[in-house]
Every structure is written in C-alpha cells, then in structure tokens.
Design a binder for this molecule. Structure first.
Ligand code: ZN
Length: 85
C-alpha cells in the first residue's frame, strides 16, 4: 500500500471530506461490516509513478459520510418485519 500526496481535498467520487487515502496497484478486499471507524470507502481510478493502473481508496468516517453515529438502519439486521398476513 502506498499513501499518495497528490490528492484533492475532497473525495473525487462523492465530493465529501475524507480522513485518509491509500493507493493500491494490486488486488485487495474491503470489509466495512465490522468497521466502527469508517462508514464508507470510495474508489477512484488513477496510476502509480510507473503509469501502471491503480486505485485510490478514500476512507470516510461516519461523520464525514453524513451518518452521525446512529448504528442500525437495518445494516445490523435483527429488525425484519415478520407479520406477513
Ligand atoms: Zn467518497
């Protein structure tokens, strides 16, 4: 992983502020299901110093993504309506 310095002030994908950015040239996985710190990661195509394809990953905290801490919203499950008839 590489941390680029030539990045914009706001995420180029969603135009929100972000906490950190990392650049990846290989395959990788992102799992935010259990992540308390980040609400969203946006991906934006770029290239590395050798002009090879790369992805910049913009990490948004919950506050930066506009979701202020309220966990739930169906993401954690457990509140599915069951009265079908
Ligand atoms: Zn974004």
């Amino acid at each position: 992983m590489y941390v680029p310095t030539d990045v914009p002030d706001r995420c180029p994908a969603c135009d929100c502020p972000y906490e950190s950015v990392s650049r990846h040239t290989g395959g990788f996985s992102v799992n935010l299901l259990d992540n308390e710190r980040y609400q969203r990661v946006c991906f934006y195509p770029t290239s590395d110093e050798e002009e090879s394809p790369a992805l910049d990953c913009y990490h948004h905290t919950h506050a930066e993504a506009g979701v202020d801490g309220s966990a739930g919203r169906g993401v954690d499950g457990g509140d599915t309506p069951s009265a079908e008839r």
